[in-house]
Design a protein around this ligand. Structure first.
Ligand code: SF4
Ligand code: SF4
Length: 367
């Protein structure tokens, strides 16, 4: 039978491999927040089988199911049949957009990035009181959330780099636009070109990203290949920091939340822990950690499109922080910081920080 949609050509066999075992249900944050079986990976794969059988079309009725996935990859990690659900979902969303069915929040995001340089359509970013676009050894690339919504962790990350005497510059960065590929659209070439030109002009050999998603986009996407061809290395700040000593310690109980984009998608688990162990004498793991970490609910555009469910997912993660009695939960993704900090449990006793912000605060207090 001829394929009606492009996703079938690439993923038909994988979708048919889904044995309906249901192992994915327990780990799906969307299912955990909604308790709706149609929204976990199995439900999504069953729906796509019906689409491939021609029983239903990829139309508006499927938006709520197929656009409500954080692309956290916890299902893929736990799937005995190796069904790569996040990649399938991303391909299906591209087909849905081509067929004219898209969640309005994502259509809006795509339109915003046609006209603006960031996902929030803001005119001016915080200037962070730093000279931009100068020659330096490193570029620090903040990302949209850190530039426009979580400016305190960003300011702290920059202060920390100053304390560590790192020769870095900021640039007049624009959105890397990688997230558009998650929600049915494509990276904007003009934005990628602008970022690459600005980075190359600084002469920096390494870009340090504050955002795990920018890190993935710069390292993996074709539109950013000119950076790689020029020999520019891209590292996430957690990788960069692990080689430093900080000379400070906390005796508070600390735990760490693995961002999906850094952990399951990039395999970066030990670097942040190496850094945290240097500064925290009482470091504890949450029950679900590393490749099994629960998603904070922010990814895949879910925070913008399904805010209530996204917050419910974050609360489930915060309950694990409470369970281990941590006073501080650290993470190193501004989207996770944003979602976890906004979720707040009733009578919550712990605080959410980015690792860089917490270390910077300790160093400031010690001065
Ligand atoms: S774990 Fe994999 S095979 Fe099992 S139901 Fe989920 S997607 Fe299908
Ligand atoms: S990627 Fe995450 S949110 Fe999406 S179906 Fe799999 S477990 Fe659920």
């Amino acid at each position: 039978m001829e394929s009606k949609y492009e996703f079938e050509e690439k993923y038909r066999e994988q979708i048919l491999k889904c044995s309906r075992c249901g192992f994915c249900q327990a780990v799906c944050p969307v299912y955990g927040a909604t308790l709706r079986p149609a929204l976990n990976a199995r439900g999504k794969m069953l729906l796509l089988k019906e689409v491939m059988d021609g029983k239903i079309g990829l139309d508006d009725q499927l938006i709520e199911t197929l656009f409500q996935c954080t692309t956290c990859a916890n299902c893929f990690h736990n799937c005995p049949s190796g069904v790569d659900v996040p990649e399938i979902i991303k391909a299906v969303r591209q087909d849905m957009v081509r067929a004219g069915s898209c969640h309005p929040a994502f259509e809006g995001m795509n339109e915003v990035l046609e006209k603006h340089t960031n996902i929030y359509a803001e005119d001016e970013p915080e200037d962070f009181e730093r000279v931009r676009n100068r020659k330096a050894e490193y570029v620090y690339f903040i990302g949209c959330v850190g530039s426009y919504r979580e400016d305190e962790p960003t300011m702290a990350a920059l202060d920390l780099l100053d304390r560590l005497k790192v020769d870095y510059t900021l640039i007049d960065e624009v959105c890397c636009s990688g997230v558009l590929e998650d929600v049915g659209f494509s990276i904007k070439e003009h934005l990628a070109e602008k970022n690459m030109a600005l980075i190359l002009e600084t002469g920096a050999g390494t870009v340090i990203t504050g955002c795990p998603y920018c890190f993935r986009t710069f390292n993996d996407k074709l539109q950013y290949s000119r950076l790689r061809e020029a020999g520019v290395k891209v590292v996430h700040i957690t990788q960069f920091l692990q080689d430093f000593g900080f000379g400070v310690k906390t005796d508070k109980r600390v735990t760490y939340h693995d961002p999906c984009d850094l952990g399951r998608h990039c395999g970066i688990y030990e670097e942040p822990r190496n850094t945290i162990r240097k500064i925290a004498t009482d470091f504890v793991e949450m029950p679900d950690n590393r490749e099994n970490a629960l998603c904070c609910g922010a990814g895949g555009g879910v925070r913008g499109a399904y805010a209530k469910n996204s917050i419910a997912m974050a609360r489930r993660r915060l309950e694990q922080v409470e369970e281990v009695g941590a006073e501080i939960v650290l993470t190193e993704c501004n989207s996770c910081v944003h979602n976890l900090a906004n979720a707040k449990l009733r009578r919550q006793k712990f605080r959410v920080y980015s690792t860089t912000e917490f270390i910077n605060e300790l160093m400031e207090e010690a001065e």
